[in-house]
Design a protein around this ligand. Structure first.
Ligand code: 13P
Length: 247
């Protein structure tokens, strides 16, 4: 069985002082290496984090990456730039970027492709809104979002990480039940299998109000290969409990 991956998404949180305290507490409490651990931090803190996690098994992640290699794209960061700061993962297509920055399925697919070309593993987020779930459209939505990424990336698809994040569960304290999450993860696995003979090695993470209390049950599902953790990744004890639950 592959190791689980627990990735924290700090979103737009942190400060030099708070990051230092949080990472030191994580390093002090990190259980033995039964799962992979990553922190996706605001890009301005990558250099700080690179120093803090050096020599540990915590990997670094960014929260976005440009679809372009270089040039006149004010405000954007290329995969090659992230790579210089030791970045292993980049979240792409988080629902907050789809919603607040108008990112389309095609743009998300292009960002995934650009990350892969730079040797950065994209964590591709998919997920339905509450209205879409209530309209019975969950499968249709997540399959459409993932299909764009499969189409743009061909056989490289086995190199990505997928995160199923139901929008209604993000930051709301309402978690998908383990059964609800597994059902969607199963759909995504089937779709990945149709695209790649190596789909079994792809990590499919669950994200949305994952916490110390519900992580073990979610992570016990056959197609849940880890978590993408928002709020609970900002508290050392909570994040450590989730990492322990993945072991
Ligand atoms: P919460 O864990 O705060 O619900 O956020 C989930 C998320 O969006 C991770 O990317």
């Amino acid at each position: 069985m592959k190791k689980k991956l627990i990735a924290g998404n700090w979103k737009m949180n942190g400060s030099l002082a708070a990051n230092d305290a949080l990472v030191k507490a994580l390093l002090a409490g990190l259980p033995a290496g039964a799962s992979d651990v990553a922190l996706c931090v605001p890009s301005v803190y990558l250099a700080q984090l690179q120093d803090l996690v050096r020599g540990s098994r915590i990997e670094l992640g960014a929260q976005d990456v440009s679809a372009h290699e270089s040039g006149a794209y004010t405000g954007e960061l290329s995969g090659a730039m992230l790579k210089e700061f030791g970045v292993r993962y980049a979240i792409v297509g988080h629902s907050e970027r789809r919603l607040y920055h108008g990112e389309s399925d095609q743009l998300v697919a292009a960002k995934a492709k650009s990350a892969l070309a730079s040797g950065v593993t994209p964590i591709v987020c998919v997920g339905e809104t509450l209205a879409e779930r209530e309209a019975g459209k969950t499968e249709e939505v997540v399959k459409r979002q993932l299909a764009a990424v499969i189409h743009a990336n061909g056989h490289c698809i086995s190199e990505i990480v997928v995160a199923y994040e139901p929008v209604w569960a993000i930051g709301t304290g309402k978690t998908a039940s383990p059964e609800q999450a597994q059902q969607v993860h199963g759909v995504l696995r089937t779709q990945l299998k149709a695209a790649s003979a190596q789909a079994d090695r792809i990590h499919i993470l669950y994200g949305g109000s994952m916490n110390a209390a519900n992580a073990a049950q979610l992570l016990a599902q056959p197609d849940i290969d880890g978590g993408l953790v928002g709020g609970a990744s900002l508290k050392a004890q909570d994040f450590l409990s989730i990492i322990a639950a993945a072991a």
